[in-house]
Design a protein around this ligand. Structure first.
Ligand code: 5GP
Ligand code: ZN
Length: 112
């Protein structure tokens, strides 16, 4: 499978790590859209949030438990935004589930 985020998890494409554990890898986005812009991904390939099933419940809980740790590591004590884009209309450009963690300034109230 030709998935750039699977290659990043495997270390085949370099990235700047923020946090990692046995389930999750978090790294800085290559084209940041906020002062802090981190991508949080599962180590296993899931195409998008639209492909999550009950079988992924433990993994998803683990990702959302990791996000506050990542926010703390990044000094986002004043808040942040978590976004996942899905499919064509959601403008998902990488088809490996990922959560954008954005912060470091007051973000725009709406995204649309
Ligand atoms: P999406 O548009 O799918 O929601 O988000 C994909 C994100 O991945 C974009 O913000 C893009 O900048 C980031 N990205 C794409 N390729 C790479 C890469 O090779 N390395 C890193 N660190 N980020 C990437
Ligand atoms: Zn993948």
């Amino acid at each position: 499978m030709d998935c750039i985020f699977c290659k990043i998890v495997a270390g085949e494409i370099p990235s700047k790590p923020v946090y990692e554990d046995e389930w999750v890898y978090a790294f800085y986005d290559i084209a940041p859209q906020a002062p802090t812009h981190v991508l949080v991904i599962p180590r296993t390939h899931i195409a998008s949030a639209n492909d999550v099933t009950e079988e992924n419940a433990e993994l998803l809980a683990h990702i959302f438990a990791a996000i506050p740790k990542i926010a703390q590591l990044c000094g986002l004590e004043n808040g942040y935004r978590v976004i996942t884009n899905v499919g064509e209309d959601g403008c998902q450009s990488v088809r490996h589930l990922h959560f954008h963690v954005l912060g470091g300034k007051k973000l725009p109230e709406t995204m649309v």
